[in-house]
Design a protein around this ligand. Sequence first.
Ligand code: PSU
Ligand code: MN
Length: 310
Amino acid sequence: MTNLPLLHSAEVAAAKTAGRPIVALESTIITHGMPYPQNLEVARQVEDDLRGAGVTPATIAVMDGTLHIGLEPHQLEALAQAKSVAKLSRADIAACMATGGTGATTVSATMIAAHLAGISVFATGGIGGVHRGAESSFDVSADLLELAQTPVTVVAAGAKAILDVAKTLEVLETQGVPVITLGQDSFPAFWSAASTFKSPLRMDNPDDIAAAHQMRVDLGLPGGQLVANPIPSQDEIPAAELAPIIATAQADAEQHGIKGKAVTPYLLQRIYELTEGRSLTANIALVRNNARLAGAIAQALSANARIAGK
Ligand code: PSU
Ligand code: MN
């Protein structure tokens, strides 16, 4: 471990020393998920939302070979403006660090980094999943397999309708990942609060989610939890309205031969154009909503750890 190029931001280091709650944030959403300058505004806003709630944000990224747990303001700005930054999953984080590269972390790589830094809760927008047509493309996000092996609770707004939600839920079940939806029975669909799928589990408050996280740790179970947090109804785009837009975006991706890592960013950008920016407004609202819930879960976990003297 001594040679690992890992750096905590000043505020994350202070929070760790004091035992204050910390929430990890990913950086691919900044570099590949939203356009500049909104990406920077949102990244700052989400960090400030957490600070306002008494929780320390730890945005995670690899910069010049160093794994950063928390970015200083100038680093966040540099990342938001950077062009052609690598998109890192479990498969390429080590190679990027070993060669002094710079890359944004997806859900899988962010979970690895958070766990390494002793952070149990992570907020994002949406996770990767099983893509439509996966029966021929085999495009299944590494995020799902990471949830099966790394003990971090990930708060997301469910699975985007650009994915095959049924297959995504099946893989999560096979992999032993608890999928917990907050406050409703329907599994949320990212830009839409509800889908036609029932959530495997439902909980109605952050304390129960924190207790379930701790119980898995106590049982010695590997892997984390996926918490699905529905987008607030005033910010959602109804599923019926999105369906034809998603179909168009998907047809365009196919026509342009978009494959592999490029698929998710391409679809997000195309849907942004086709909704004239509404998808981004919804995306921002749901990310902030997820950070709020993640903060509350982190607070519950750290309060329980204090009581237990851990
Ligand atoms: N979904 C979004 N925005 C994103 C992503 C997903 O709405 O930015 C990013 C996340 O970092 C996620 C990654 O981990 O895409 C999944 O990529 P892939 O589908 O290539 O596994
Ligand atoms: Mn993929």
